[in-house]
Structure formats: structure tokens, C-alpha cells
Design a protein around this ligand. Structure first.
Ligand code: ADP
Length: 392
């Protein structure tokens, strides 16, 4: 059965078509700059990549082109061959611990959670509606980024804020990137040959988050109420004192939206380095002695190490620390900086193994008290697996 895995952003739409249950990737691609004057899309198939310019007013137009191209490229003869479309949905509140077939009730819930994920849920819903229009016969499935953390115990998801904020307004820690952390957990369960794995998983990409996994289930995370919490990210500040917001509003004359926008888009590696949100540029800066890049890298890795300590102290045993995401899979420098700062825990880097990019690798020496691995993530496959299991 062919399953389409979809990740719709505000101006982009990523897709991958899988043959399931073989987990074979057939074709993938991304539509970018949707809604802008000129848009483009790229498609990858059989190791080849094509790029085309186009004009896309909205997500529906992207989905229309996608369905036409699937037929043009002889991937499918007609749309009935697509048995299911799985959508990444960032926020499912505390209603959904597992993926669900999309019904009107589900779309209403996603809509009702716009205020908790204003940057993501509206785009995710646009993607869902676009596919409902163009592939109406395929069952659609919502795979929630907030699903995997639902096993967190209450003492790990509550804030010490007035209790009625939780009861009336849903103020609690939610955590994101769950699809990636779940994929890494399942990968390690297969690798270690047991379900009850104990892990610390570090997803370091444009967005960054860490989870502790106890007996195969999410126990705690670095993420919190919003997607700008916990670790330092490409452009996001991660944790800061809430009282900085009104203080900067008063001092600068900026509105609350402007201050929050700055924390989301002008903070993180970009804000500290003043150069870039891309860790490759930060690495170059570090190598050439740029002080702000050195500081950015130091803050970035210190925050990660701090969270490893915070998560580790509540675990009885750790089978592995796993690195994933664009930075986690590719940046030897970042992994080295982190692991060297963990030497007090008896973790010993294998420098040669750490010079690997993008493939499953043990990067610590045999004597290391905790083994560390690069584990490439595959959120698209995780979405396709959940979708297949629900529609088959
Ligand atoms: P997103 O969270 O947006 O999906 P990714 O997981 O693709 O992002 O990660 C993007 C980040 O990965 C980039 O900002 C870049 O900093 C980092 N990255 C990608 N390739 C490399 C590399 N070869 N070396 C260091 N960092 C890399």
C-alpha cells in the first residue's frame, strides 16, 4: 500500500511517498515559498533531483501539482493507489497520545489548539484540508508531535504556577519533536533487542529538544509550554526568565508580539553569534577565532550538557545517549564539545568514530560508562508507519 507522509509548514509542504509495509521510499520532495510571488518545488526520485519554479497561491495548488507529478512520473496510475495520507500535526494538546484517523472532531481539536501552536497548527490544518480536496478517497491520519510525551508523570509536566492556570488554561509542559524522539526510541529498541530501553535522546536541528526515555516511554523533556523552550536553537532563545519580556517591552518600546518574535526569530545561535543560525557557519567562526561564534557554541553546548545532567539524575540507568537532527547527525564539533563536557560522568569520546556524518554509529569508546550514538532520524517514516497501521 502506498502511504504519503506530509509535513505542511506556513509556506512549505514536504512530502514522502512510501511503499508500506516494506518501508520503501519511492519519491519525496518539498514545495517552498507558498503564497509568495514566486514559488518552487523539488522532487527526489531514484537518486535524481529536479527543481522547478512555479506560482503557488496556497497549499491546495501545491497538492494539485503534487498529484499531477505523481502521475507524470509514473509513480502511480491513479490517486486510488494512495491508501493513506499521514500529517505531522504539531499540537494535539493532552487529548491525543496516539495518532488518529482524521474526522471532523479531530480537525476541530486541531483548530481549537491554534492558540497553543500559532506558528504550526494552522499550517498543518491547511495541509490536511488541501489533501482532503485532492485525494478525497485516501484516509487521512494525524500524527502528533505532542503525542509521545503523554506518558510523562505529572510531577514532570506541571509548573509551580497557580494551579488554576493548568485547570482553566492548559498551562503545562507539552514538549514537541515527539515523532523524532519516538523514531529514535523504536530504532534503539530494535538495536538493543528490548522494549524497556532507557535513553537520553537529543534532537539537534533548526529546532532542538531532548527527552529522557524510561523503560521505552517518555519520562521528561527539555521542551515545555511553547516551541521556544529548553535548549538554545537556530533562531530561538530556548529557556529565558519570563520577566525579561515585560522588561524589554518597557525599555525598548516594542510590543509584546515584537519581543516574542525577536526571541523566536532573532535569538539562539543567530542572536548570540550575530552571523548565522546555521551551525556550519558557527563552526567556521569558531575555527577562525570569532569570539561571538565561540560564545554561541559554548552557550549551545553548555545548555545541552546541563539538560543531560538534569534528565540523567532522575534515571536509574542509561543504556545510551543518542544524537539526531541536522546538527546531531552531522556536526562532529558539537558532539565532541558535548561529550568532552560529560567526561565527569565517565563518558569517553572515540574521536575517529565521531568524524562520521549522518549514519548510525557508536561514537564513544568501549570503556565509556554510557555509550553515545549517532542515530539518524526519519520522521517521515514514523508518520508513514503510524498511518499504515491505522488505515491497513
Ligand atoms: P529542521 O529542524 O529545520 O528540520 P534540520 O534537522 O535539517 O532542521 O537541521 C538543520 C541544521 O542542521 C542546520 O541549521 C545546520 O545548522 C545543521 N547542519 C546540517 N548539516 C550540517 C553539517 N554538515 N555540519 C554541521 N551542521 C549541519
Amino acid at each position: 500500500m502506498k502511504i504519503l507522509s506530509v509535513n505542511a509548514g506556513s509556506s512549505s509542504l514536504k512530502f514522502t511517498l512510501f511503499e508500506m509495509p516494506e518501508e520503501k521510499e519511492i519519491i519525496s520532495g518539498v514545495f517552498e515559498r507558498i503564497g509568495e510571488e514566486t514559488s518552487l518545488y523539488s522532487i527526489k526520485m531514484n537518486g535524481e533531483k529536479i527543481k522547478k519554479d512555479c506560482v503557488l497561491k496556497n497549499h491546495e495548488e501545491a497538492v494539485k501539482i503534487l498529484t499531477e507529478e505523481l502521475i507524470n512520473y509514473n509513480v502511480i496510475k491513479n490517486l486510488h493507489e494512495i491508501g493513506g495520507v499521514g500529517h505531522r500535526v504539531v499540537h494535539g494538546g493532552d487529548k491525543y497520545a496516539d495518532s488518529v484517523i482524521i474526522t471532523e472532531d479531530v480537525t476541530n481539536t486541531i483548530r481549537n489548539l491554534f492558540h497553543l501552536a500559532p506558528l504550526h497548527n494552522p499550517s498543518n490544518l491547511m495541509g490536511i484540508e488541501a489533501f482532503q480536496e485532492f485525494i478525497p478517497d485516501a484516509k487521512e491520519v494525524a500524527v502528533f508531535d505532542t503525542g509521545f510525551h503523554q506518558t510523562m508523570p505529572k510531577e514532570n509536566y506541571m509548573y509551580a504556577a497557580p494551579y488554576e492556570w493548568y485547570e482553566k488554561y492548559g498551562v503545562r509542559r507539552y514538549a514537541y519533536h515527539g515523532i523524532s524522539h519516538q523514531y529514535i526510541t523504536e530504532y534503539m529498541q530494535n538495536y538493543l533487542g528490548k522494549k524497556d530501553v532507557n535513553l537520553i535522546t537529543c534532537h539537534l536541528g533548526g529546532g532542538c529538544s531532548m527527552y529522557s526515555i524510561k523503560d521505552g516511554k517518555c519520562f521528561d523533556t527539555s521542551m515545555s509550554f511553547s516551541t521556544n523552550s529548553g535548549l538554545i536553537m537556530g533562531t530561538r532563545s530556548g529557556d529565558i526568565d519570563a520577566f525579561i519580556v515585560p522588561y524589554v517591552m518597557k525599555e525598548s518600546g516594542m510590543t509584546m508580539e515584537e519581543v516574542l518574535d525577536s526571541l523566536n526569530k532573532k535569538g539562539g545561535l543567530l542572536g548570540v553569534s550575530g552571523i548565522s543560525n546555521d551551525s556550519r557557519d558557527i563552526e567556521e567562526g569558531v575555527e577562525s577565532g570569532n569570539e561571538r561564534c565561540i560564545l554561541a557554541q559554548e552557550l549551545f553546548t553548555n545548555r545541552i550538557v546541563g539538560y543531560i545532567g538534569k534528565l540523567a539524575i532522575f534515571m536509574d540507568k542509561i543504556d545510551a545517549i543518542c544524537f539526531t537532527g541536522g546538527i546531531g547527525e552531522n556536526s562532529s564539533m558539537t558532539r565532541k564539545d558535548i561529550i568532552n563536557k560529560l567526561s565527569k560522568l565517565g563518558i569517553v569520546l572515540d574521536e575517529e568514530a565521531n568524524n562520521t556524518r549522518g549514519k548510525f554509529t557508536l561514537i564513544t569508546k568501549a570503556e565509556s560508562k554510557i555509550p553515545c550514538y549517532i542515530v539518524p532520524t526519519n520522521e517521515e517514516l514514523m508518520i508513514a508507519k503510524d498511518t499504515y497501521n491505522l488505515v491497513k
